[in-house]
Design a protein. Structure first.
Length: 118
């Protein structure tokens, strides 16, 4: 199901029409459109999204994955990169600004870790 907010954050209501990922991606693939997927959950969600994208035979460079480092973790980011090496993978690191000011040495460690994922 595609939606911006979680069901905990914004409960479902009768007027809401569900969008299924499979149907949306299939329609976009048929029209040879690129897709940006904002992954708000890691683990099994990453695998399900990759399975659907693979089944629909998306071109590597027509996919853009976005997700927070806390949600995807190293394993999720690596899994996306392995499955679609030419895809764009965005992992916002906006938390580094305050970290650089508060704990510069720790921020350098974090940056070094992020650089090792390439």
């Amino acid at each position: 199901m595609l939606r911006h907010d979680s069901f905990q954050e914004t409960p479902w209501h009768r007027t809401e029409h569900p969008f299924r990922l499979e149907a949306c991606l299939e329609a976009l693939r048929e029209r040879e459109r690129s897709v940006a997927l904002d992954l708000k959950e890691g683990g099994d969600v990453v695998e399900r999204v990759l399975s659907i994208a693979t089944t629909l035979d998306f071109d590597q460079d027509s996919l853009w994955f976005n997700g927070s480092i806390e949600v995807l973790g190293e394993s999720g980011i690596q899994r996306l990169a392995e499955a679609y090496p030419a895809a764009t993978i965005s992992v916002p690191v906006d938390f580094l600004g305050p970290l650089l000011l508060a704990a510069p040495a720790h921020a350098r460690e974090v940056l070094a870790t992020l650089g090792s994922w390439e």
